[in-house]
Write a protein that binds this ligand. Structure first.
Ligand code: 1Q0
Length: 215
């Protein structure tokens, strides 16, 4: 399924050799990260035009990252790790306030990264939900625990209203186009931990470089 490939392909184990010990690190491939978002945006669009303001923003951020990948510095953007190193080494990030680089790769990816936490929380609720649980409630709770902390009042309001338009649990599981509800639950059981891993790796990388509050 879409989510599964998003999570598994964007993670690739690689070996870091150190003088005395070897340990495993993980790189997040930008191409797959972006492809994963494109898939999610498609799904969001299929849920109706109420979500247009959300999918437009996600699409424009995805496009910014694709443009970097296609640029002459494209190879520097191959992984999230290499992007961070390249942009910081070359001072291509507005660190304290917006300036000459309002659309750096680092700040753009940070917005999607925060949204990925929402996705993780929402999908985990969906995975463990019962037949008559409401997707709008799962969505709102996940949002309030994550993205909402980064959004001003008006956006929180608009998002809250849009959530009412989500299809109920059966309809939503169907839109996901994975198979029976049991199959969706099984898929989520594999995908959620992978999404969580992508999230944690990015979070730790951003934390290490003090990038979690980029304007
Ligand atoms: C299923 C319902 C989807 C609900 C998504 C919850 C997120 C609500 C976010 C609303 C805010 C969007 C408006 C723009 C906000 C920007 O100001 C903000 C900050 O950017 P900036 O440049 O102003 O600093 N942008 C963001 O925070 C990025 C938000 C991206 C949200 C992307 C959500 C994509 C969701 C896909 C849902 C797919 C359904 C999941 C099922 C998957 C099954 C395979």
């Amino acid at each position: 399924g879409l989510l599964y490939s998003f999570a598994s392909f964007s993670l690739q184990r690689f070996l870091v050799e150190k003088k005395t010990q070897q340990h495993y690190g993980r790189e997040i491939y930008m191409e797959h990260y972006v492809a994963g978002w494109k898939g999610l945006i498609k799904l969001l669009n299929s849920l109706g035009s109420v979500f247009g303001f959300i999918s437009k923003d996600a699409a424009s951020k995805t496009q910014i990252l694709m443009n970097f990948l296609d640029s002459k510095n494209g190879s520097e953007y191959a992984t999230v790790q290499s992007m961070v190193k390249f942009e910081l080494d070359n001072e291509l990030v507005d660190v304290n306030k917006k300036g000459i680089y309002p659309e750096s790769g680092c700040r753009t990816l940070l917005r999607l990264h925060r949204a990925l936490r929402w996705l993780e929380l929402f999908l985990d609720r969906l995975r463990t939900s019962k037949e008559d649980d409401k997707t709008s409630v799962m969505c709102r709770e996940a949002y309030n625990e994550s993205l909402a902390h980064h959004h001003p009042f008006m956006i929180r309001k608009a998002a809250g209203l849009a959530f009412y338009s989500l299809p109920g649990r059966p309809g939503f599981l169907e839109v996901m186009n994975v198979g029976s509800p049991e199959q969706v639950v099984a898929m989520l059981g594999e995908a959620v931990p992978l999404i969580s891993e992508v999230y944690t790796i990015t979070e730790e990388l951003y934390q290490k470089h003090n990038l979690l509050d980029l304007p």
